[in-house]
Write a protein that binds this ligand. Structure first.
Ligand code: KG4
Ligand code: ZN
Length: 354
């Protein structure tokens, strides 16, 4: 079946067409078209996402992206299902997608399903890397039970999955999400929004062992996380060591800042990897699934890949472009909802859980 996915939960407007087939034990996805209009440049001067600006941009971008889909030769009559994100996210932004999807569903007389953004991230490991290639993770069955780590700007969640439709939450962050911590530390280091990719870039020039930042909750016997203390430690470190962001001694200062970035990144990664692996071992997971915007971080991917390999556990993560917000994952989650007969109400729910 052909699914039109629509995503407007935060600062990316995205529309995708995905061909889905197979059952719950072997879903297959082929990406026909995927368009993402990023609003980064618009929000950057404000250092974060401004909900009303996001809403305005989504309203402007949605018809443009839909038109691009139409121009790519796929007829609206051939769409079997429309899937739209209903939460979690910014409610004014979510409503723009829902309203647009409702209008399309009415105009073309198509069924419409509300989709969880977090389930979109969760299922992203099932997506093919490239457009027009069919992908099925080889033998879904042999990858379960699985432990999934979802790391984004709003969430840090560990799940235990029995199969593709049955899971329970093992733990989550008690304060800041890890992506939020990256964004806040980036701001302390005077780096532009979004901070995650900037910290990653800068970290490559720094020494991850230069500053011994705390690894919050790393030894606690639960699967929760906490990142706000780590961010505060960076703040205190900068204040106490008097690293000035605009010093004349630029070479030295740049090196110091790169060391801070790399040390912060390593502290965050250590906690994520340690707790994920502890869960994977405790629950005898056959695979670890990594998703969400922070999953684009190469150092995190490498560290988790290495740790899983040592335990002979499969490591599954989508291609980087499918880790940050996109509509392909929403179409895929729509298909999974269709298969498991799950229906979310067609209204924005900023705090929709998983
Ligand atoms: O999943 P996503 O695109 O949006 C949400 O659902 O929140 O995630 C965005 C988050 C932001 O906090 C951003 O700074 C972070 O993902 N991020 C990264 C990287 N790329 C994006 N964090 C660390 N390293 C990266 N390379
Ligand atoms: Zn997201």
């Amino acid at each position: 079946m052909i699914i039109l996915g629509i995503e407007t939960s935060c600062d990316e407007t995205a529309i995708a067409l995905v061909e889905a087939s197979g059952g719950l034990m072997a879903p297959k996805f082929k990406i026909l078209k995927s368009f993402v209009a990023s609003q980064i440049k618009i929000h950057r001067p404000f250092g974060g996402v401004v909900p009303n600006l996001a809403k305005r941009e989504h309203i402007k971008n949605l018809p443009i992206l839909f038109k691009k889909c139409q121009m790519s030769g796929i007829k609206c009559q051939n769409i079997d299902l429309i899937a739209v994100t209903v939460g979690p996210g910014l409610e004014p932004a979510l409503w723009t997608g829902i309203t647009f999807a409702k209008e399309l569903a009415k105009q073309y007389k198509k069924p419409l399903l509300g989709v969880s953004h977090l389930e979109g991230h969760l299922y992203s490991f099932l997506l093919p890397k490239k457009t027009n290639i069919k992908c099925q993770v080889s033998s879904i069955k042999k990858n379960f039970p699985a432990v999934a780590l979802i790391v984004s700007g709003g969430h840090t969640i560990l799940l235990l999955l029995k199969d593709l439709k049955t899971w329970k939450k093992l733990g989550e962050t008690r304060d800041d999400a890890v992506g939020e911590a990256f964004d806040k530390v980036a701001r302390l280091l005077k780096l532009p929004y979004p901070g995650g990719p900037e910290i990653e870039k800068l970290s490559k020039k720094g020494n991850p062992a230069a500053v011994n930042f705390p690894r919050p909750m790393i030894y606690e016997k639960n699967y929760d996380f906490s990142f706000s203390g780590l961010k505060t430690s960076v703040l205190y470190y900068l204040r106490d060591t008097n690293i000035r962001m605009h010093s004349n001694d630029t070479n030295n200062t740049n090196k110091n800042i790169a060391d801070v970035a790399a040390s912060f990144q390593q502290a965050a990664i250590d906690v994520l990897v340690k707790k994920t692996m502890r869960a994977a071992k405790e629950f005898k997971a056959k695979s670890v699934l990594l998703s969400g915007g922070v999953a684009t971080n190469q150092a995190l991917r490498k560290n988790l890949e290495k740790a899983t390999r040592a335990e002979e556990i499969n490591f599954l993560a989508a291609d980087k472009k499918h880790n940050t917000d996109n509509a392909v994952m929403i179409a895929a989650a729509g298909y999974m909802d269709f298969l498991r007969k799950k229906k979310y109400p067609l209204k924005a729910d900023g705090n929709l859980g998983i």
